[in-house]
Design a protein around this ligand. Structure first.
Ligand code: ADP
Ligand code: MG
Length: 682
């Protein structure tokens, strides 16, 4: 058996109990331990002379114990061990709290390396509870020290020695997953060097070299896994439609489509007439006019006498699409139907009958459309709006209803292009990177609590002019466990505003409400029956209230930039000058920096790239919506270039060796990654 696969229980001092703790961290074997990378590093490689110690610094000092350590009982439950240390440049005092045993560990006249935080009592420098080692040892001092994520029953110290032990035992047997030519071409270091230096870097340059290699390896494996999962990329055959000239369609619109819209339509029509099944993602910022692309495709399908189904994640959105599509398509003789869960049984029956008779050309709906008893004869095109709210299973359940219908997915989450290629490896991507002309820029302001009174005055002014206001809060209700985080809850804040504006109509909507209740409130807002709507992020997804021109986001620091951008996209959709006010008392430099980006940028892609850079992909996507496995070392945001290189290299390799049979170690790692992700990535 390979040493790499040795059970962690083979470590000295690790019994069943400790092994369980290791397992909690995902470590079962020596190889797992080697792959358990430090969370960060402490630079203890520099030794600082005592005279150069500065209060507040954390650093390493090598010095001699100058007097016998003394144990003092200050009061019950408080024991101090104190002694003096000296080097050529000065003296300092070391204090240990409640560790009486250290008294016997330090001996006068012997030198030790101490690592800890420097304090001062008067002019005397002090070190409190420093980590210490005898001179000559350098496990936790005098070098760059790894800091691991720990768990109950496994201390930092145990993990450090475990890593050291495993690396030593594995010497000469590190599995090199990457093919020789890839290592050479990309100038990567060897696996052994990489593993050693990622845990115990000789210096920061070696650390960087090691990291680059491991990131590459991880992304390379990921790219291979994606390729295997997405399988045979030869296009599936699909319904071949005839292509009508879209100019005929454009001529009926009240406006001229943007070039970006035309490009997306051309690409989609090209797919639908190719004889292969379309799988296309249309990505465009909020308000970029994705619905028009959908309408053009539905029009083309109808021209071929075929059915289109358009699915929205909520009833309110479905109704909105129904109205929009009816407005565009009905004058052209195309019949649009609606099917949602809240319709009466009778209404549903009518629509289903019409569908069966072929009297509907475009069906708009929620996932009610997926229930089995809806027959969709002649289905040729499936359009899914707001992909992120829509499970893959639903996507494929719908696709399974027709004979390989064309699929068009629309998403407003502007994912940087490279990442989209990885995530939607099985989709072609069209990007609408242009807003319709005359679109108002939403003026965005960043304010703090001091502006509350003025802000309320501003709300009053807008409502008096006939406008409506959105207010977004980070949570639903007052949290009993942590009432004092200073966060605004939607329910409370709605009560506050109603009290502040007794004569105005204040509504509240949040995710804990039943879909029916939620839709009722949203519809009231759309109908202009609510002046101020307080909500959580449930309004993030494309609801159109052109009359709303002010959005206030409370505790704005709690939201991701892309999320703020989505929220802001709810306003500025009508002819009125619009404002977005970010309210935040956060003083933290990074938080202010992030929010300031919102006041400067209005392009969703630029914002998402900043967001990705600042927060890392985990947070960016929220609860792993992207469906990619968690990467251990690679940062999908920051390592974009490596990602691209790794993908190119992986593609080249798999061109020659499609199932990786000539690269068994790599294949094993790929399978492991797929298994860890539950067998599928999205
Ligand atoms: P989103 O991409 O967010 O779904 P929509 O499709 O809802 O955007 O379009 C937003 C608004 O822009 C709609 O009111 C739509 O009528 C309008 N619109 C779309 N395309 C154009 C265009 N080319 N010129 C002018 N207005 C447009
Ligand atoms: Mg939309």
């Amino acid at each position: 058996m390979n040493i790499w696969d040795t059970e962690i229980t083979a470590l000295p001092g690790v019994g069943e109990k400790k092994a369980a703790a290791f397992r909690k961290l995902g470590i079962r074997t020596f190889g797992d331990m080697a792959g358990y990378f430090p969370r960060r590093y402490d630079d203890r490689s520099v030794l600082v002379p005592i005279s150069d110690l500065r209060e507040g610094d954390t650093c390493c000092v090598r010095a001699m114990v100058a007097d016998e350590p003394r144990l003092n009982r200050v009061r019950r439950g408080m024991e101090l061990v104190k002694f003096r240390i000296v080097d050529d440049t000065g003296a300092a005092e070391v204090t240990y709290f409640n560790q009486p045993y250290v008294k016997n560990q330090f001996h006068v006249g012997e030198s030790y390396t101490f690592y800890g935080k420097i304090g001062a009592v008067g002019r005397r420098k002090t070190l409190t509870n420093p980590v210490a080692e005898k001179e000559g040892q350098s496990r936790v001092t005098g070098r760059i020290v790894p800091v691991y994520r720990t768990t109950a029953g496994l201390s930092q110290k145990v993990l450090v020695s475990a890593a050291e032990y495993c690396l030593d035992r594995c010497a000469g047997q590190f599995p090199d997953l990457l093919p020789e030519e890839v290592i050479r071409e990309h100038d990567l270091c060897r696996a052994e060097f990489a593993y050693r230096n990622i845990h115990f870097p000789e210096d920061f340059l070696s650390l960087e070299t090691a990291r680059r290699r491991l990131v590459f390896e991880e992304l390379f494996t990921l790219a291979c896994a994606l390729k295997i999962l997405h399988g045979d990329q030869t296009p599936r055959s699909g319904i071949r439609l005839d292509c009508p000239d879209p100019a005929a369609f454009y001529a009926t619109l009240p406006f001229t489509p943007t070039n970006a819209q035309k490009r997306a339509v051309d690409a989609a029509l090209g797919d639908m007439t190719s004889g292969h099944a379309m799988s296309r993602l249309v990505q465009g910022d909020v308000g970029s006019g994705k619905t028009l692309v959908a309408a053009a495709c539905a029009w083309a399908a109808a021209k071929n006498g075929r059915l289109t189904v358009m699915m929205a994640p909520t009833e309110i959105l479905a109704e909105q699409h129904f109205r929009t599509l009816t407005g565009i398509l009905e004058p052209l003789g195309i019949r649009v139907g609606l099917l949602t869960g809240s319709m009466t049984a009778k209404e549903k029956r009518t629509v289903k009958a019409q569908l069966a008779m072929g009297e509907v050309d475009v069906l708009v709906g929620t996932h009610a459309v997926l229930t089995d008893d809806v027959a969709l004869p002649g289905l040729a095109l499936v359009i899914v709006d707001e992909q992120h709210r829509f499970g893959v299973e639903q996507r494929s359940a719908l696709a399974a209803k027709g004979e390989k219908p064309h699929v068009l997915v629309m998403s407003a989450t502007p994912i940087p292009r490279t990442l989209a290629l990885i995530i939607y490896g099985d989709l072609d991507v069209s990007i609408i990177d242009e807003l319709p002309p005359g679109r108002q820029k939403v003026d965005t302001l960043l304010v703090n609590e001091h502006y509350r009174a003025r802000l309320n005055g501003f709300i009053r002014k807008q409502v008096e002019e006939g406008r409506q206001v959105f207010v977004v809060c980070p949570k639903v209700e007052e949290d009993e466990d942590a009432p004092d985080l200073g966060l605004h809850s939607a329910e409370e804040h709605a009560a506050y505003l109603q009290n502040e504006f007794p004569d105005l109509r204040v509504g509240c909507v949040h995710g804990r409400m039943k879909p029916k209740q939620k839709d009722a409130v949203m519809s009231a807002m759309v109908a202009g029956e609510i002046d101020i709507l307080v909500s959580t992020t449930v309004i993030e997804v494309g609801v159109d209230v052109p009359n709303a021109n002010l959005m206030i986001i409370e505790n704005a620091e709690r939201f991701g930039l892309s999320q703020l951008h989505q929220l802001r996209g709810r306003i500025g959709r009508g002819p009125y000058k619009s404002w977005c006010v970010l309210v935040s008392d956060a003083e933290n430099e990074v938080s202010r920096e992030r929010l300031k980006i919102m006041t400067k940028l209005s392009d969703g892609f630029a914002i998402s790239e900043e967001d990705l850079r600042l927060r890392g992909p985990g947070d960016f996507f929220g609860n792993r919506q992207h469906g990619l496995p968690e990467t251990h070392i690679a940062d999908l945001g920051a390592d974009m270039q490596v990602l691209q290189d790794a993908q190119t290299a992986a593609n080249a390799l798999m061109e020659a060796d499609p199932d990786l049979s000539a690269h068994p170690a790599l294949r094993r790692q790929v399978d492991r990654m797929i298994a860890a992700a539950g067998g599928t990535f999205n």
